[in-house]
Unconditional design. Sequence first.
Length: 426
Amino acid sequence: MNLRLREEGGGECELVGEEMATLVGNGIIVGFAGQAFLSLCLSIWVFFLTKHGNMDITHPEGSVGREVERKRMDFVSKILMIGSDFQSTLGIAYLVTTFAQVSIMSTYHLHLVFDISSFVGVSNTAALVCWRYCRAKIDEPDMKLHNRRKIRISWFNNRYRAVYIFLALYLALTILLGVRLNEWSPHQEPGRCYYSTLVTDPSDPHPAADKYYVGFTSTWLMIVVLASVFAGVKRRRAILVLSSLHFPLHLYMTIALRVANHKKLEGEITHENEWDFGQTTAVMLLAIALVELFKKGKEYYDFESHVAKFGVPPSENDGMVQKDEEAERSSSLLVQGPGGKSIAEERRPAMEEHTSICSAHVYSFCKDSRAIIYGLPTTTPMFQFHGEEQSSRILDQDLDRYELTGEGPYVIVTSVSERSFLENDM
């Protein structure tokens, strides 16, 4: 074995260990650090770079403005969790794999795993603290209006359970690394020492300096992760700042340890730049998160554009209606019956048993129904809505814009079956 001797904190580090690119390779670092950076950027966007950080839902209940605000917050909350769920799952699997191979891992690699897995805590904290803020804002109006008890997100929902599992594994890793540091030895296999010229002073004693770093940073990170779950949303900015400081710290430590030790490894392969399944998986999950971010960003942009143009949020079925527009225009509703009237107009008395007729500002809707307004004889849907309260409000406010006060008649189809009734056999 080719031993490399070096004075390191008053001792000689002869054996660092063999390469483990599967756990500490470039792809792993890029995947975990990239996800954490993505979550931090989205959180900063919400709290510091846009109006959403100080946004309150101010419009009265039942107004179009209230619906726009709530849908906007819902969009933001979904965007915030992009990558975080991937990161949680990947982080748990990463730590489980580490424990499965701990008997052949060197102290150097265990230290790298500690720093890399810390990115999961950064990502979870940044995403959860902002997600909780958005959900609280979405639920707040109903709570004030109806004097209901304060709505709380369950502390045992799926996202929080993943955080608890990660924290338990992270705590176990911290304890294990502390035990390994107590076993500091310059020549014991599979490696009980490492070079730290870029992170500590040569005169610092080992492993005391390393234990201080591990103990302080792990405690700090676990506290802010738990705070993102249990602390109030009013402390969100402080939690986010304390969490974000971990990112440059652990990123520098990871790179510094790699640079100081990557040429000191033993075995046939003396570097950790080989790409394998583990590294590729981490990078692919990061790529998927980025693609999802672009998709959600496009949806959010379309939402804001629609609101700016029409003043109301787009319907959930707008996309379906656009796809069916050509089919609707050529549907059998245009077929003329005797006397020059459309068959739909002739069937109108029968339709009254199943639909509501819009006339003279009087509307009757089925509660929680899905409705589409058809202007006859044209069959192009003029508006869509869900529920009695929302539909009547929208019609009252947008009557002139949709020109429902003119010639008419207009049929409001309140279910899919009624739409089929209107169209079949015509």
